[in-house]
Design a protein around this ligand. Structure first.
Ligand code: NAD
Length: 251
């Protein structure tokens, strides 16, 4: 029996990268999963579903732009319609930053990153928690970043959003611990996904510098930590932001 047997839940940003790896890993551990991403990522999202079904798991795709409240309503409703319960959620969808120093960041770019990476997590958690209160408990993991724990040059909007996400995670953890809802986050270092693939070699070398292991991580290495936090194996853990970053926080 897997660590997620009998559990039903959702993963946002699951058409690729860390979200796809988490959806697959959770299904391998026995969970029924709603794979969610933007409508424009429906095709790779359906591919995540296919990968899970081909391995004998149960999954469905539901489009959701995490920055839209009505999409978040529909996402929780879809999970309930398919599975009759919402036991876990991985709020993982996120976008990068523009690469400017703070004084050069366009106001609209700041708002856009906050809308997806921070407000999107608030909108999701609010609805997920309401349902988990009705269901008698649950487990939430949010994807923060190394940049949620320290400042990173040329990444001000992203860093601000991810620090906010860490704060929201702590707050939800203390507010709902007695309701049997655990809320944690992971803080990945540089992982080989769409994020890292878009970077120039110079930029990659720069962002990899603090990683003591001196290599780029694989999405599956983050997914393993996420599913551990989601599962009852982490039953005494709430409110933490777990670095999964090749030793960056050690240096
Ligand atoms: P990725 O680009 O492969 O995946 C991000 C997914 O989010 C994509 O499928 C994209 O379509 C989706 N998405 C974007 N905007 C969305 C929205 N408004 N609503 C719903 N879905 C949306 O990259 P990834 O590395 O897997 O990113 C996942 C998370 O990991 C992000 O929150 C990112 O900030 C975080 N992260 C990544 C790294 C890294 O190095 N890859 C490091 C630290 C944190």
């Amino acid at each position: 029996m897997g660590s997620m047997t009998g559990r039903a839940g959702l993963v946002t940003g699951a058409a690729s990268g860390i979200g796809r790896a988490t959806a697959i890993r959770a299904a391998q551990e026995g969970a029924r999963v709603v794979v969610s991403d933007l409508e424009l990522a429906r095709e790779p999202g359906e591919e995540t579903v296919r990968l899970i079904r081909d391995a004998g798991g149960e999954a469905h795709f539901q489009a959701c732009d995490v920055s839209r409240a009505e999409d978040q309503d529909a996402l929780v409703a879809f999970v309930l319609e398919r599975f009759g319960a919402l036991d876990f959620a991985h709020n993982n969808a996120g976008i990068g930053g523009g690469g400017e120093l703070l004084a050069d960041v366009e106001d609209e770019d700041f708002d856009r990153v906050i809308a997806v990476n921070l407000r999107g997590v608030f909108l999701g958690m609010k609805r997920q928690i309401r349902q988990m209160l009705r269901g008698g408990g649950g487990s939430i993991v949010n994807t923060a970043s190394n940049a949620g724990l320290r400042g990173v040059k040329r990444l001000a909007p992203y860093t601000a959003a991810k620090h906010g996400l860490v704060g929201l995670t702590k707050n939800a953890a203390v507010e709902y611990a007695e309701d049997r809802i655990r809320v944690n986050a992971v803080a990945p270092g540089t992982i080989m996904t769409g994020f890292a693939r878009g970077a120039t070699p110079e930029r990659l070398a720069q962002i990899m510098k603090p990683q003591a292991m001196q290599r780029i991580g694989e999405p599956e290495e983050v997914a393993a930590a996420v599913v551990w936090l989601l599962s009852d194996d982490a039953s005494f853990v709430t409110g933490v932001t777990l670095p999964v970053d090749a030793g960056s926080v050690a240096g």
